[in-house]
Design a binder for this molecule. Structure first.
Ligand code: 5AD
Ligand code: SF4
Length: 474
């Protein structure tokens, strides 16, 4: 998130607890070979952290998995007749006000595919042998259809799971949540399970809240969402469009008198549409700073992370954004040691950072979160390798961050004054690129935007001299 200090390491990656919050009944029927027995155990393993415990009968189960085998003749027919029996149990569950999800896995699932869903509507999901690690994601998606929230054991929130909430106004800056949840299912991330499906607040509500904040003296609002640029809130009444994207929302909020600065976080590269990029060019209220997580530079790892884009696509996007707003500062998130990451893959991350250049970044050691697909992947990277890669990456990111801050020396920046800082007559505020900025001035400037000429720069903050009282163009 924007207001954290940059270049952070994750806490000890094993710090989570793994006690299911809410135990659901899982019945797995295994057909065929030893391989299938092993797979069934793996399915039970990946489902345990999302609250499923094995039971011996399908009657009353919350999830029934038929792990099928194709070797015997008429295997598919056997499965269909078993599904007929399961259908009755499902109806019984529904009559009792419960839900029963039914999955078909294994070779029959592989061979029959979608045909199973057509022939046996009792089935909610079909998964081939290659997708067991995706079970938590698939179950979460089916649960959403049932409008259920998964009760998981993701109770210890790590630094990277936390998001600032809309809070009581304290000073001239505020956060405003416009969107929650996520439909992306990156394989390392708990958010789609803990926060549920992507949801955007209606524009009218957001505008009313923004106006109320401005009335309390707020001059800078950071629009928040786990996947903020996926925003698609209901358009204001009297408007033709059904939904507005983030670009349209920002243009609209920019018209609120007294609201001088807007920011948004956190974005997904796949949702950076042309309209939003154009707003960076056209709206001076939108600060020239963008947090755009890349996570990794290797296409193989990006794919395993289910990020949905390649490195080249990310780079093209950055070129487009920089063409629209050349002075924009980019920040990013990185994960080192995702399962299967080789030294070569990791080098791609270093090369990507070298090539793009970031003004600030957050970087983490991969931490397997139980119940996420990544935690069940083979090729988990040893802790010492992760630490060593993180150190190398952070060295490079820190160097870039210091270089960026030093490049501002001699420039005059607009600073929104938030309060006093240590030292006599010292004020503290934020530059357009989010660095904390210290300078001498009168406390009457608190809450104002003022111009500061930068005279010195460190890794996390700037120092400067007051130029004029009010103004600046960001
Ligand atoms: N392990 C390490 N880093 C993670 N993040 C999210 N989940 C994990 C995890 N399991 C990081 C990502 C994300 C940021 C908010 O936290 O880089 O963008
Ligand atoms: Fe998590 Fe962000 Fe990926 Fe959504 S887009 S799954 S919130 S990392």
């Amino acid at each position: 998130m924007g207001h954290k200090t940059s270049v952070e390491a994750s806490k000890d990656s094993q710090s989570y607890k793994s006690k299911p919050a809410n135990t659901k009944k899982l019945f797995i029927k295994t057909y065929g070979c030893q391989m299938n027995v092993y797979d069934s155990e793996r399915m039970a393993d990946v489902l345990a952290p999302v609250g499923y415990a094995p039971v011996d009968t399908p009657d009353g189960a919350d999830l029934v998995v038929l792990n099928t085998c194709h070797i015997r003749e008429k295997a598919a027919e056997k499965v269909y007749s078993e599904l007929g029996r399961i259908r009755k149990l499902k109806e019984k569950s529904e009559a009792a006000g419960r839900t029963m999800k039914v999955a078909v896995a294994g070779c029959v699932a592989q061979a029959e595919g979608e045909e199973i869903l057509r022939r046996a509507p009792v089935v909610d999901l079909v998964l081939g042998p290659q997708s067991y690690h995706k079970l938590p994601e698939m179950i979460a998606k089916v649960s959403r259809q049932f409008e259920e929230r998964l009760e998981t054991d993701f109770d210890t929130e790590e630094k990277f799971d936390l998001m600032p909430r809309t809070r009581a106004v304290d000073g001239p800056t505020a956060f405003l949540t416009i969107q929650e949840g996520c439909d992306k299912f990156c394989t390392f991330c708990v958010v789609p399970y803990t926060r549920g499906a992507e949801f955007s607040r209606p524009v009218d509500q957001i505008v009313a809240e923004a106006r109320a904040l401005v009335a309390q003296g707020v001059r800078e609002i950071t629009l928040l969402g786990q996947n903020v640029n996926a925003f698609h809130g209901a358009a204001p009444k009297l408007e033709d469009d059904e939904n507005w994207g983030l670009g349209q929302l920002i243009s609209h909020l920019s018209k609120i008198g007294g609201l001088d600065r807007l920011r948004y976080t956190t974005s997904h590269p796949r949702d950076m549409d042309d309209e939003l990029i154009a707003v960076h060019k056209d709206e001076p209220t939108l600060m020239p700073y963008l947090h755009l997580p890349l996570q990794a530079g290797s296409d193989r790892i990006l794919k395993a992370m289910n990020r949905g884009h390649t490195y080249a696509e990310f780079k093209d996007l950055v070129v487009k954004i920089r063409a629209a707003k050349p002075e924009l500062a980019l920040s990013s998130d990185f994960i080192v040691g995702f399962p299967g990451e080789s030294e070569l893959d990791f080098k791609r991350t270093l090369e990507a950072v070298e090539e793009i250049g970031f003004a600030s970044s957050f970087s983490f050691k991969y931490s397997p979160r139980p119940g996420t697909p990544g935690a069940a992947l083979p090729g988990q990277v040893p802790e010492d390798v992760k630490s060593e890669r993180l150190a190398r990456l952070q060295k490079l990111l820190t160097r870039q961050q210091i270089a960026f801050n030093k490049s501002l020396i001699g420039k005059t920046l607009s600073v929104l004054v938030e309060g006093t800082s240590r030292g006599e007559n010292e004020l503290f505020g934020r530059a357009p690129y989010l660095q904390g900025t210290h300078f001498k001035g009168d406390t009457s400037l608190i809450g104002q935007i003022t111009l500061v000429k930068i005279t010195d720069a460190g890794q996390n903050s700037l120092r400067g001299e007051l130029v004029t009282k009010e103004g600046g163009d960001g």
